[in-house]
Ligand binder design. Sequence first.
Ligand SMILES: [Zn+2]
Length: 189
Amino acid sequence: MYATLLRDSTFHEFLLACDRDLAAQARRRGCRRCRGTVHSGHYRRKPRGRLCRLGPEHDWRFSLCCARHGCRTRKTPASLRFLGPKVYLAATIILIAVMHEGGTDRMRRLKELVGVDRRSLERWRRWWREVFTAMPFWQIARASFMPPVDETRLPGALLERFAANSLTERLVALLRFLAPLTGGQVQAL
Ligand SMILES: [Zn+2]
């Protein structure tokens, strides 16, 4: 089921459309330092963790740059595809981590399909448990969950909290929730 989602081009197209909206919103707000006009300063990423062929537009991280001489401040809008500087797609990182909890054969298959090694997995686990839980974003956001989210079971425990009809909807809800963290400021591990 999880592998199916990562193989579904419609799902990836939807995330790309969301990112375009987020970039358009950020563009309308202008430069965060001088309020000036911003231009596109998109850059190419080499995302891993997709299980289908997609056009080159899917590899661009939307980014903006102030047009004013002497300012040139870069602004990277939030994203539902890229979790900061991480190489793997946010959706893949979440799904693999969730399945890791189960430790099933299906999990092993997905791990092989995506091509993620044990060290990356261990790094992601530490990121969820240590880096994410220490972020001011989570320190504030976690108060809105009642009963509290079990932090030893992240991100699965968080994914379960988004009521939706399908895994796709729940995952998108979680990606939207995490979007404020993705503006190029996520600490890498
Ligand atoms: Zn500026």
